[in-house]
Design a protein around this ligand. Structure first.
Ligand code: RIB
Ligand code: CA
Length: 332
């Protein structure tokens, strides 16, 4: 059995003016690893977590989030369930990647969380949190953007209140993972992604172009399994990654596990991990073959009617440094 333990240094004075984060996730395996990484960050405050349907149905994403926060010893983080599906149409879960429960089949082996999900729905929780801390909140989205789009619709003043938005999603020059040019999160809810990218707030996009470069391999897995003899977080991380890696190998032949969501959070914490370019970004919502494609205008000479608002798109990453700090955060 797993024995949860607090990973946050108990009782230590935390630095004033710490960065304040809110994570919106569709807790599958890599979202869970992002949450476990977050739990080791003594210099960051996690104001709350909201869950969204994506990798798995909303109920599983919420239960997985509560279980992983409990494993990390993080018992006082409010978890707000959000959207059960995309704004419009489509959206297929990914049990073939994340397992039937969304957590590589491991949720039943984790300690029962003490916390319950909160009654306030995600969209209201997000904008209220930003209104309570104007200019402070970094919103990190590691799933479909349905909750953030709903929060924008509820409170059009939200962009002026959030400090920034960091999104794991899209594929700009890289191939997609649910279609030739479509990445899962944006492909699950293209309308929501379009609304989030078009809103007048600072958005940093962490696309497959960089996340596919941060891969857990057999060596990192072996280190985590060794550490798992002494640490429940390492043991869970190794088991989850082994399942995630197996699904990846089956589909690509590559014995590796891409750290999509942990990298997005790591970039939010330390932007020096990636090199970003400001580009006009939009989302295809009607293409027969390209619905959900992120279209970034990388032309040198741009049209005069260019979109006034640009997104910071991460196109390069210090993969070795990112991989090392993430695996170390899980105990490997
Ligand atoms: O395309 C990868 C993204 O889609 C990750 O966030 C993964 O968890 C899924 O949500
Ligand atoms: Ca995710």
């Amino acid at each position: 059995m797993w024995h949860s333990k607090r990973t946050q240094p108990g009782g230590c004075r935390l630095p004033p003016n710490r960065p304040v984060f809110w994570i919106d996730c569709d807790t599958g395996v890599d979202d869970a690893l992002a949450l476990l990484y977050a739990a080791t960050l003594g210099n960051v405050e996690l104001a709350g977590v909201s869950t969204v349907a994506g990798n798995c149905p909303l109920a599983d994403a919420t239960a997985n989030t509560l279980a992983v926060l409990a494993l990390a010893g993080w018992h006082d983080i409010p978890v707000h369930p959000g959207a059960t599906g995309p704004l419009c149409s489509g959206g297929r879960h990914a049990p073939e990647v994340h397992g039937a429960d969304g957590l590589a089949g491991l949720r039943a082996t984790l300690p029962a969380p003490r916390e319950q999900a909160r009654a306030k729905p995600a969209a209201a929780a997000i904008w209220r949190a930003c209104r309570a801390r104007p200019g402070e909140m970094t919103l990190v989205a590691t799933g479909p953007l349905t909750n953030l789009a709903a929060a924008l619709a509820s409170d059009p003043g939200l962009p002026a209140l959030a400090r920034q938005v960091v999104v794991m999603g899209g594929a700009v020059a890289a191939p997609g993972n649910v279609g030739p040019a479509v990445e899962f999160n944006v492909g699950f809810d293209p309308e929501a992604a379009r609304a989030v990218f078009a809103a007048p707030w600072p958005v940093t996009l962490v696309p497959l172009d960089v996340t596919m470069g941060v891969l857990v391999g057999l060596e990192e897995l072996r280190r985590l399994e060794e550490a798992g003899r002494r640490s429940d977080v390492a043991r869970f991380s190794a088991a989850a990654l082994r399942g995630y890696m197996a699904s990846y190998k089956q589909r690509t032949g590559l014995a590796a596990a891409p750290l999509h969501d942990p990298l997005a959070l790591a970039v939010a914490v330390d932007p020096s991990l990636a090199r970003a370019t400001e580009l006009p970004v939009d989302v295809e919502t009607r293409g027969e073959l390209t619905r959900g494609m992120v279209v970034a205008d990388r032309r040198a000479q741009r049209r005069p009617d260019d979109r006034p608002h640009r997104v910071r798109v991460c196109l390069e990453v210090d993969a070795a440094r990112a991989l090392q700090l993430l695996v170390a955060s899980w105990g490997g």
